[in-house]
Every structure is written in structure tokens, then in C-alpha cells.
Design a protein around this ligand. Structure first.
Ligand SMILES: Nc1ncnc2c1ncn2[C@@H]1O[C@H](COP(=O)(O)OP(=O)(O)OP(=O)(O)O)[C@@H](O)[C@H]1O
Ligand SMILES: O=P(O)(O)OC[C@H]1O[C@H](OP(=O)(O)OP(=O)(O)O)[C@H](O)[C@@H]1O
Ligand SMILES: [Mg+2]
Length: 281
């Protein structure tokens, strides 16, 4: 049975659970459930603290897990990313009161509060900066007001928390994070993991693409297909009226309306867009 580490709470938990449900796996019946056995899919889901997931996977205790890239790197665990999951995007950044620092180079001898000790220590040492790192569990933005630190390093999504604390980012982002599927670094082939990766890739594709159908005169089909090349090649089918063909192709969801406008200009009619419920590429 494939054993999967899932975030039990926090910013990634709901989207991770939703994605696994869309991929056909059983979900939790209530939020306190710690282990879900999905006999039909031969999978066992362990709901763990997001911060602990890289440790379970890195040690090989669990074969695969969903966590944030920042948490993976912070942990120093022997695990690697196998798939980017397209949710939970954030940046990890330094921030401080205006005027305190304008780049990481200004941090020598300063106190940096963070709950990502490994990440910040590595970044400072890579840049040759000797600063004191103050480890906190959360709400690190308040550490500056309370005088525990001069600056902070933390997850920034909308920037609202920073603004409310009167802090501003400085320097380059330490990293861009998002939710990722991870495996043990040295792990060899595992067909059950391959199935999970294919299912999740299917969910990502179904979210990123729509199916587009249209009719077009035969002599214009090449021009139209150039606008809708599909993933491999569009399906072109004859219509009862031999002067026309029907074309079917996957189109990036974000371009749906532009592509319809362009197709209409070329002469396509009866342009229909449908959702992709599930797919395997
Ligand atoms: N707005 C956000 N706030 C916090 N973490 C976020 C946000 N957006 C994405 N993430 C990602 O979620 C992960 C943090 O998970 P965590 O469970 O600590 O979330 P949390 O919401 O901070 O929960 P907790 O209540 O335990 O602090 C990191 O990988 C982080 O990059
Ligand atoms: O840029 P924003 O959209 O404001 O989001 C980022 C904030 O959200 C998280 O805090 P969380 O609510 O998880 O509290 P914590 O700091 O105690 O983990 C994170 O630690 C930042 O503080
Ligand atoms: Mg948090």
C-alpha cells in the first residue's frame, strides 16, 4: 500500500486534500482524522504537520508527501521535488522597518527573527553574513515591535501581514515557494508513485486546459489549427457538408477568449468550450 504524507492543517491543507480528491482518492470524513485507508486505490493517507512531512519522506518512512518547497528546504531532509502542484505559491523574504536595511549585506551583527531557521541560516552563510538568527514559532512580524529582533524573514503571500506590522521587504527573495510532491532523494522506481504522479498531473492538466470544438471551411483548416495546435495535434473530422471540417483541441484555459476571438476572425463558427473533468496524457 502506498503511504502518502498529507498536510493536516495550515495554508496548504485544504488545497492538497481537494487535489487528492479530484485525483480520485478518498478524503477525510472529519478534520481530526489522522489516517485514511483508501482500499480501492491501495493508498494510505497520513495527515501530518506540514513542517514534519519532509522528515517523514526524507527518512523513507513514507514514500511520498505534499508540502511546501520552503518547508522542504528548511528541513534539510533527504527528499526531492517530483511535481509542482500549482497552489500555495508564496515568496520567502527579508523584511524590516523602513530604513533599517536595504539589502542582505546590511544584516551583519543584526538579529533576524524567523520560523525557518535552516533556510535563513543557509542564506546568510551563502552570502557570508554573520547575523544572529532568532527562532520563533510564528507571528514573527511582531518580533520587531516587541524588540526581539531587528528584521524578520518569513513567508509573504499578499504582503498584508507585513504592511499591518509596518514592515517592508528588502533584498532579493530568498526563494519562490509552492506546494510540491516530494519523494526520498535516493528512492528508485516505484510504480505506485508513478500512478499518483500521473493522476495529479491529470488534475493539473484538467485545471489548466479547456476543450475547444469548432467548425471551419476545409481551405481554412491549416490557419485555424495554427491557433489551436493542441498538446500533440488537433483532431480534424469530416462533416456531412464536405466543405467543412470539425476541429477539436485542448487550449490553455487562460487564453480561452483570445483564441475564440482569433478563430472567429479566421472564419471558425460554432466555437464551443467544455471543461475537462479528468485526463491522462
Ligand atoms: N499565506 C500563507 N501563509 C502561510 N503559509 C503559506 C501561505 N501561502 C502559502 N503558504 C505555504 O504554506 C506552508 C506553511 O504551512 P503551515 O502549515 O505552516 O501554514 P500556516 O498557515 O502558517 O499554518 P500554521 O497555523 O501552522 O502556522 C509553507 O510552505 C508556505 O509557503
Ligand atoms: O503575505 P500574507 O498574505 O499576509 O501572508 C503571509 C503571512 O501568513 C503566514 O502567517 P500565518 O497566518 O500562517 O501565521 P504564523 O506566522 O503564525 O504561521 C505567514 O507566516 C505570514 O505571516
Ligand atoms: Mg504559519
Amino acid at each position: 500500500m502506498l503511504r502518502v504524507a498529507m498536510p493536516n492543517k495550515g495554508a496548504l491543507a485544504e488545497s492538497a486534500a481537494e487535489m487528492m480528491r479530484e485525483a480520485g482518492y478518498r478524503g477525510r470524513r472529519e478534520s481530526k482524522e489522522l489516517v485514511v485507508v483508501d482500499q480501492d486505490n491501495d493508498v494510505e493517507l497520513f495527515f501530518l504537520r506540514p513542517r514534519d512531512i519532509a522528515l517523514y519522506v526524507g527518512s523513507g518512512t513514507l514514500e511520498v508527501g505534499i508540502t511546501g518547497r520552503d518547508l522542504l528546504l528548511d528541513s534539510g531532509a533527504e527528499a526531492r521535488e517530483v511535481l509542482q502542484l500549482g497552489f500555495g505559491a508564496s515568496t520567502f523574504r527579508y523584511a524590516g522597518p523602513p530604513g533599517v536595511a536595504s539589502s542582505v549585506a546590511d544584516l551583519g551583527g543584526r538579529r533576524v527573527a524567523t520560523s525557518f531557521l535552516g533556510l535563513v541560516r543557509n542564506d546568510l552563510s551563502d552570502k557570508g553574513i554573520d547575523a544572529e538568527v532568532v527562532r520563533l514559532d510564528g507571528a514573527v512580524e511582531t518580533a520587531v515591535t516587541l524588540g526581539v529582533a531587528d528584521v524578520i524573514a518569513d513567508v509573504v503571500e499578499t504582503g498584508t501581514t507585513l504592511r499591518n506590522a509596518g514592515l517592508a521587504v528588502f533584498g532579493d527573495p530568498i526563494l519562490q515557494s509552492e506546494a510540491v510532491l516530494i519523494r526520498p532523494s535516493g528512492g528508485g522506481d516505484n510504480p505506485a508513485v508513478d500512478v499518483l504522479v500521473r493522476r495529479l498531473t491529470g488534475v493539473l492538466t484538467a485545471r489548466r486546459y479547456v476543450m475547444m470544438d469548432y467548425d471551419i471551411r476545409v481551405e481554412l483548416v491549416e490557419q485555424a489549427c495554427a491557433l489551436t495546435p493542441g498538446l500533440e495535434s488537433p483532431t480534424v473530422s469530416p462533416l456531412h457538408d464536405r466543405g467543412y471540417v470539425a476541429v477539436r483541441a485542448m487550449v490553455p484555459r487562460s487564453r480561452t477568449n483570445q483564441v475564440m476571438d482569433e478563430l472567429y476572425e479566421v472564419g471558425a463558427r460554432a466555437i464551443l468550450v467544455t471543461e475537462i473533468a479528468a485526463c491522462r496524457l
